[in-house]
Design a protein around this ligand. Structure first.
Ligand code: HEM
Length: 510
């Protein structure tokens, strides 16, 4: 004790001594508890920075450097929550259905699932079947049933947000699309009343961002001071309020549905068919008393920002490659004009489908996919040993010239042409996953919501393309994406311009 006292400058107030000691303890604690890299996989860094800073600020460079240094062998990155083993794309098929690999646990250390506000993340970990099965077994099987609702909500939302002015107006496109996607998705998730409820829409838009930001800041703090950080950050209060308000809004809807189902069962009748995820979740739960509010918040996290990003990217590509716009409109005029919103209409919009896939290929949301947690040590076919407790991810292969001719070129019709090759009709659709196309992951945990997302994005884009002209705002620099780790997203302040036009097909009255 005396020895410690010798280090403390004389006259230092006790409060400063306490704060200093807490920080010091925190640093020592975090040094001892910090996840160390795994032996036998090289750790990659760039620009003389620490591996962790390299990954945070120059993620793509780290992945390029890692691939170059190891020449097709796995390597390691240091993320804010510890090491991750990066596997080259050639392993995608081999690991896609491995029982040793767990999907939700790959993210559990990124979030603080035992703190209030993170209930939806916790539920994803403990009852991941609820969301997956609701989407896979109910939503995807009912796409025909929900098309009418998607179209109806798109018509009114697009009108409300983008309006009728035939003069060029500047739009904050990310915020606008977030509102469109939140409302259109919520129509199918929660029904007509809640999808227009202002408070629900705000929760749907902010919950994901708040939980990611809060987790990120908490991760930066040494473990011992995290509870204080959690308490003082405004994000945590917002997150808890969102969960409380979501309960207030959603629980009465759940009760209404339960009452209808129970009454039908009591009368010995079949419960009426439902057409929203709240009703489907209740079916999937099969009587278990699950937290449906957390289920909806999880669904919102999985669906809204991912769909907004993809739609935003395609609008920016329409501004970047205006020659594609008329070709897409011609296809919509021909297919939707002739068939309306029939069951097969969206499938027949093949150029639009190819354009969406090309947009994802050229500007992928992330450079890696198939994040998994190794539950049990496993050895790959070439002898690479993945240790129990490791997190892994697979590199994308979007610029491989052996798969993609002139990979640096944006070719909207690339996948229309690929689908014309013998036996390839179904291999290159927007929703098809393969090692060459990992935007929706691959294998057992590939995104089950991709079929819904594809339909939703196509319907929204049909309306945006036919009813508006689009261009980059002439007086501001071309928008640059936001890059963090290996994630690329549309910046919140991205501006483009829209002008109402007269559509050749009246999409509102088909
Ligand atoms: C363009 C929009 C979307 C993109 C880019 C996307 C992407 C992804 C990716 C990359 C994964 C991980 C797959 C893997 O690691 O193998 C995933 C999983 C998931 N996605 Fe999506 N997603 C989108 C939209 C949606 C929508 C609209 C829903 C719900 C309606 C949804 C529900 C899910 C669920 C439940 C999982 C977890 C699957 C599991 O637990 O096995 N996603 N998504």
């Amino acid at each position: 004790m005396e020895a410690i006292r010798n280090f403390v400058p004389e006259g230092l107030p006790v409060s400063v001594q306490v704060i200093g000691a807490t920080i010091l303890l925190g640093i020592v604690y975090s040094l001892f508890t910090k996840n160390r890299p795994w032996p036998s996989f090289p750790v990659v860094s760039v620009r003389g920075l620490s591996p962790r800073k390299s990954w945070m600020y120059h993620g793509h460079e780290v992945l390029d450097e890692g691939s170059k240094q190891t020449n097709g062998r796995p390597f390691q990155i240091m993320t804010g929550t510890g090491p991750k083993i990066v596997l080259p794309n050639k392993y995608a098929d081999e690991i896609r259905n491995s029982p040793e690999l767990n999907f939700p646990k790959a993210f559990s250390s990124d979030f603080f699932v035992n703190y209030p506000g993170f209930e939806a993340h916790k539920q994803g970990l403990t009852h991941d079947f609820l969301l997956r099965d609701t989407v896979r077994l109910k939503l995807t099987q009912s796409l025909g049933l929900v098309t009418g609702d998607l179209v109806d909500e798109t018509i009114s939302t697009v009108d409300d947000i983008f309006g009728h002015s035939d003069a060029w107006t500047t739009r904050m496109i990310r915020e606008d699309l977030l509102e469109v996607v939140a409302r259109v998705s919520s129509r199918v998730f929660l029904g007509e009343a809640l999808c227009r409820n202002r408070r629900w829409l705000d929760i749907a838009k902010t919950f994901t961002v708040d939980s990611f930001s809060l987790s990120f800041i908490m991760r930066m703090a040494p473990a011992i001071v995290r509870p204080f950080v959690y308490l003082v950050l405004p994000h945590s209060a917002r997150l808890r309020k969102s969960v409380r308000d979501a309960h207030t809004l959603i629980v009465p809807e759940v009760k209404k549905r339960k009452a209808v189902v129970d009454a039908a069962r009591a009368a010995g009748e079949k419960p009426p068919k439902v057409a929203d995820t709240l009703g489907w979740m209740y079916d999937i739960a099969k009587g278990q008393d699950l937290d449906f509010v957390s289920g909806q918040l999880s669904l919102t996290m999985a669906a809204i920002h991912t769909t907004t990003e993809s739609t935003g990217r395609t609008l920016l590509d329409l501004c970047e490659y205006p020659e594609v716009v008329q070709q897409l409109r011609d296809e919509i005029i021909e297919v939707v004009g002739r068939e309306g919103w029939a069951k097969t209409t969206l499938y027949k919009l093949k150029l639009l489908d190819s354009f969406l896939r090309e947009s994802q290929r050229v500007s992928p949301l992330t450079a890696m996919s198939m994040n998994r947690y190794v539950e049990k040590t496993m050895t790959l076919s070439d002898g690479v040993r993945l240790p129990k407790g490791a997190r892994i991810a697979i590199l994308n292969d979007f610029t491989n010239p052996e798969i993609y001719a002139e990979p640096e070129k944006f070719d909207a019709a690339r996948f229309v042409k690929k689908r014309r090759e013998p036996g390839q009709e179904n291999s290159w659709q927007f929703v098809t996953t393969s090692p060459a196309g990992l935007s929706f992951g691959h294998g057992e945990h590939a995104c089950p919501g991709r079929f819904f997302a594809s339909n939703e994005i196509k319907i929204i884009l049909c309306h945006l393309l036919m009813k508006y002209d689009w261009r980059f705002a002439p007086d501001v620099p071309k928008p640059e994406p936001h890059v963090f780790e290996s994630i690329i997203s549309v910046k919140p302040d991205t501006q483009i311009q829209a002008r109402r036009r007269k559509p050749e097909v009246d999409l509102d009255n088909l």
